[in-house]
Write a protein that binds this ligand. Structure first.
Ligand SMILES: Nc1ncnc2c1ncn2[C@@H]1O[C@H](COP(=O)(O)OP(=O)(O)OP(=O)(O)O)[C@@H](O)[C@H]1O
Ligand SMILES: [Mg+2]
Length: 243
């Protein structure tokens, strides 16, 4: 289980997140939607501790943490439980597909090369990329790169995944490959917070959805209820503008 509680975030005295609460139950996919600049990436960056907060709490599994006063040890403990995938893949260009996936296991988690490779190949098989293990990122399509990015987080078997626009940089065909991998994450009951502006992807894989507007979650609930029966003008307008 993952939860962000009472998150408040200011940039340059401007309130970006105003008491945001998001909960992802184990085995559930929660979609976070909202217009450009709403603060979705900021939520993900806070959840992965790439960004500080003005106030707020993070709960992961059974442990809760005050995000304003994290020790180095707490940050390490939280990071061990989190996986993330961003829009732009961020693969190491001078490393092969396999090395991209084993790198963290070997250098951050002290796995032997053999053990790391075994786990990496399993993860690459899950995303249909094991056959390209010796390729370099420059020889991969966008969809393939993103699937390697997903394998890189799967290999740790984290408690929760954070995906920020995982399909946005891709053309239609590449998008479909990645969506298939995301569907298998759903089938395997992964716990995921998914940011996307693609409502169809939300409808396909998210169990619940939260709509972020003006720094607050103003609608949330089961995906089909929120998407089919929006209550606020803001969400109605957002849904009309994204179809
Ligand atoms: N490092 C920063 N310093 C100052 N302002 C920032 C910073 N990062 C983000 N912002 C501002 O915070 C707001 C939210 O940005 P964020 O990137 O979280 O939006 P988003 O919902 O992810 O948008 P998009 O859909 O375009 O990705 C924006 O107004 C943005 O300009
Ligand atoms: Mg963003």
């Amino acid at each position: 289980m993952f939860e962000l509680k009472n998150i408040k975030k200011l940039y340059n005295n401007h309130l970006i997140l105003d008491d945001v609460n998001i909960k992802v139950e184990t085995g559930e996919i929660v979609g976070l939607i909202g217009k450009s600049g709403a603060g979705k990436t900021t939520v993900i960056r806070i959840a992965t501790m790439l960004e500080t907060v003005d106030s707020g709490e993070l709960i992961i599994d059974k442990d809760s943490y005050d995000l304003t006063r994290l020790s180095e040890k707490e940050i390490r403990n939280i990071r061990l439980k989190e996986g993330f995938v961003f829009q732009n893949f961020n693969l190491f260009k001078n490393k092969t597909v396999l090395e991209n996936v084993t790198e963290g296991l070997i250098y951050a988690r002290n796995y032997t090369k053999d053990d790391a490779e075994k786990l990496a190949i399993e993860a690459l098989e899950k995303v249909g990329m094991a056959h390209k293990r010796d390729e370099y990122p420059r020889n991969l399509s966008g969809g393939e790169s993103q699937r390697v990015g997903i394998a890189r987080s799967l290999v740790y078997n984290p408690s929760v995944f954070f995906l920020d626009e995982p399909t946005s940089a891709l053309d239609v065909e590449n998008k479909q490959e990645v969506i298939n991998v995301l569907k298998s994450m759903k089938d395997n009951k992964r716990t995921v917070l998914l940011v996307t502006h693609e409502i169809n992807l939300i409808k396909t894989i998210a169990d619940k959805v939260c709509f972020l507007n003006n720094g607050k979650i103003i609608e949330e609930g089961k995906t089909n209820e929120v998407i089919e029966r929006p209550k606020t003008d803001e969400l109605k307008h957002f849904l009309n503008s994204t179809i």
